[in-house]
Design a binder for this molecule. Sequence first.
Ligand SMILES: Nc1ncnc2c1ncn2[C@@H]1O[C@H](COP(=O)(O)OP(=O)(O)OP(=O)(O)O)[C@@H](O)[C@H]1O
Length: 616
Amino acid sequence: MAALTRTLLPRARRAGPGPSAGVREVALVAVFAVVALLPLIAGDRFWTRKLFVIAVMSIVAVGLNLVLGYAGEYALGQVGIFAAGAYVTGVLTATYHWNAWLAMLAGVAAAALTGLVASVPGLRVGGWYFALTSLFIATVIPQTVRLAPGPTGGELGLAGIDRPQIAGHPLSTPALYILVLAVLGLALLGLRNLTRSTWGLAFACLRRGDVCLRSAGMSPVRVRLTIYLFAAVLAGAGGVVYPFLDGFISPDAFPLSLSILIIGATIIGGSDAVWAPVVGVAILQLVPELSDRFDKYALLIYGLALVAGSLLLPRGLVAPLRRAASAVLRPARSAEPPAGSADAAVARLARGDGAILEVRGLNKAFGGLRAVSDVSFTARPGQITAVIGANGCGKTTTLNLVSGFYRADAGHVSLGGTAVEGRAPHRIVRDRLARTFQTPMLLTDRTALENVMAGMLAHAPVPAAAAVLGLPSARRTRERFRRDAADLLAFAGLGPLAGQDADTLSPGRQRLLEVARALAGSPSVLLLDEPAAGLVGAEVGELAGLLRAVRAAGVAVVLVEHNMRLVMDLADHVVVLDTGTVLATGTPGEVRADPAVARSYLGAAATRPATRKEDR
Ligand SMILES: Nc1ncnc2c1ncn2[C@@H]1O[C@H](COP(=O)(O)OP(=O)(O)OP(=O)(O)O)[C@@H](O)[C@H]1O
């Protein structure tokens, strides 16, 4: 029983197990179950059919919630995939007389395939371009059935879809309804496990953008294909049971208004919980009961609901409902982040392979502009190599070339003697080269602890299937991430802020957090792009302390920075760039004394004691 409870019961959204949160989830499941079973208990045929349809549409919508709500991907073709599952099952059962259970399996497989084909544009284009191409899938399946009837029955529809049997008896409508409820329950449980596993962090990174995901060491293609596949399987699972309700399907069952309903339900429910779209579907399915003439105005009403929902409730209906519930009831208890040990973090960093970063003859032009020209330098373990120069001299471009975000026109980059130029950025992260960005690449609505955990994704891949099933290996990985992240936060001086959302931290703390996130994969080489930008007073000192500790742990640090006091204070070696070329290299003292450097960049400021004004 305890094991079953552990599997079925939740944790607070971002925390470990909390009894109070667990009790709440059981209460929620109980409410859903009672409402869902009421028509069966009352023997009401109308409401059993109505809730059957709501449950089927909910299965489709919770899949869309994964791609749209959790990962921010506009894969809107769910209804097309749903139709593919329904038609394959219907045709195999009615036209080719397959066993209905086998036909259902084939229907899910066909839906998964349709989903993967439909997702191809999403691997190349994003945003609204993908929204339009994927919405096309929703219309193309029913339209194809109309134009090429063949075994599908065409415009007139396909009848005689016999229900699956158990012990020679076809499933009754109540039994079919219970089957759909079971599928919905399993879908919600699987998605809950998936989004609470380390995959949930990958989805949050994807939502933030490809650069964020890549710098966490994850392949955007892999993450996208995973979510598209899950969403398609769910759309298919809804589709394969749907034709058995009436034993009949026609293209009219999959109108554009159904796509709008599913998208609207997902937006109205919100992505605050995996079950949120069920609420959205229930609302949009029950509204028509208010009027006989609803069908005439369905598209208009769903469209208005969609616009109103996104304007008035940008996070959906469930988020404020949960807040209200927390205000009335006692807020759900969430587990405290584990106490971290800075020493443990240092020990892990010090176990690095001590690889040397060698950059040789890098070149990069943008059209006629030579941004980087023949740049070479070496960054050694346990040293800070500063790259300085005036605005626009090619510092960030150099970091982008080294970390794989830009492809060099010429030149070589090697890590510990292995050439890495030409590799994708997420692969270079796995080669233990991490970086930060001028604008921190944080998951703003996630805690500091979760942000650091996201930096570990590259080095402990959990199979998505293990995450969905909530296998102990997936849970153990997440727990290890939590402990290691807590250690790194303690190392960065952010331990007490572990449970705070990243966007509530001061800019200085956000910079420290970004360094901690970059260290999460225990890199040999750490590239920092203006980590002191926007920091004031003591914050610069805290950053300097952290960078000294990182150096002492044996990491090779490349520091792009305008704060000359910080650079001269910290750097072991300085590379000065001027209009894309290396102007000078040497120790801080040597470059400071170089007249060419003084003329081109440091100017008089570098030859006098630093003033407060330099601490920009
Ligand atoms: N993707 C791009 N497309 C076109 N031009 C670019 C691109 N990235 C950088 N550049 C140009 O390359 C030059 C070098 O830019 P880069 O950002 O590397 O300079 P920087 O030294 O990092 O400047 P800053 O100190 O202001 O960050 C600039 O002229 C910039 O406009």
